[in-house]
Design a protein around this ligand. Sequence first.
Ligand code: KIV
Ligand code: ZN
Length: 518
Amino acid sequence: MNSNESVRQIRIFDTTLRDGEQSPGGSMNFAEKLEVAQALTDLGVDIIEAGFPIASPGDFESVREIANTIRGASICGLARCNTADIERAWDALKGAERPRIHVFLATSAIHREFKLRMSQDEIVQRAVQGVELAVGFCDDVEFSPEDAARTEHDFLCRVVEAAINAGATTINIPDTVGYATPREMFERIELLLNRVPNIDRAVLSVHCHDDLGLAVANSLAAVEAGCGQVECTINGIGERAGNCALEEVVMAMKTRREFYHCETGIHSERLVPTSRLVSKITGLEVQRNKSIVGRNAFAHESGIHQDGMLKEKSTYEIMRPQDVGFAKTDLVLGKHSGRAALADRARALGFHISGEQLQLVFENFKALADKKKEIYDGDIVALIQQEISGKIDEAWSLVRFEVASGSNRPPKVSLTLRHDGQEFTREVEQGDGPIDAAFWAVEGITGYQVVCKDYRVRSATLGRDALGEVQLEVEHKGKTFKGLGVSTDTVEATVLAMLNAINRIASADSMTEEPNAV
Ligand code: KIV
Ligand code: ZN
């Protein structure tokens, strides 16, 4: 690149905690959201969309806590264009160092006619009222014409101009249904930049969904056309097929800096730890061959490639694994390692643990070190993850269990749980194996009937003495809940995962309200 050529700074707006959390099965509890918000700050994102405060009391509380505790990044809350949403969003955000209210209203003909039943004039009026109300609370207001990618050009320009006149400082162009192509996205952004007379008073942003697998390409096309902000999520998680993947869009701009002439404030060596953290917390696994953060992203298998790599790395490598945070070593800790070494390793793996949380993880670490000699990164992540995901009201907890099973006999489980200080025991001799029997026993005691949608067991590390990690997804009253359990005994890990899911159901039962369309 010509060194005189100016490099634009692109703002990274992360919506893992809002749009990302809308991934089916990807919901997070309060402590998990705080952990992700902290990791996003360490990663260097400019704006964290922390949630949709009116959606539920749980969403409100987590946005408020993130606003009150996270420093550095702007903290944003989503609101529809109505008074209740905007006031609720402000209530949650007002403790932030840099609060942002994000108001949205659908503008495409299909949404106007079938969802909102509003005319073009009514849409403009509602958008202006919403932005003006938000501006009364906070200087930093973003407006999104939902389904902008399918909105008529003239009408989109009209709404955008009106929103900027009303005080919006960022205009975000969502491809809500992932329908656009890169060239269309480029042309739409170019059109707005050329036709909207006051466009220079706002930052133009893009928000792409991945239904056709084009979210990253469309976001990059928007950047090329002149957008100054990209909305994205870690690992590309999000509604349906997901959103633009942060790690991909950032590394494309960094690796092809001479092409895009752009840079971001992202510390790229935090990408892999953050990706792993989000994957662990949401239970949404990253495919092995996923660009940038997948396990195979830097693995060269073919002999010809390996030969080239040995002679000169740049023959087959366009980025270095360490640039995105693949650690060279899996450091081993053991029973003589102290709290500081554990905290240090946890930090390198993307987790912030201190105080009481560090103490609890340390106790479990010591107990594990008594069972197995060497403790690997995977063990540490599993222990911390269990501690974070258990940070919900522990309505039900495990006291003890026994299991007997074998060829030609029904499995038998005896289980004791604690609830409200009281112990409840049940013996079950039913099911097609010990796991099934454990499910029956937990359901029998707690009274929660669930349908198991997914059950995965994997070892957290190498070796046959490794921690077993059970991740499951259950359905209860039409909603999906995840559960995580960790133990060297897989039946115990199953019971713990089941209780984790049931405790989430119990806490959600008392917290949920669904917002409707407008
Ligand atoms: O996809 C979308 O349109 C959204 C808006 C709320 C920005 O997520
Ligand atoms: Zn979206």
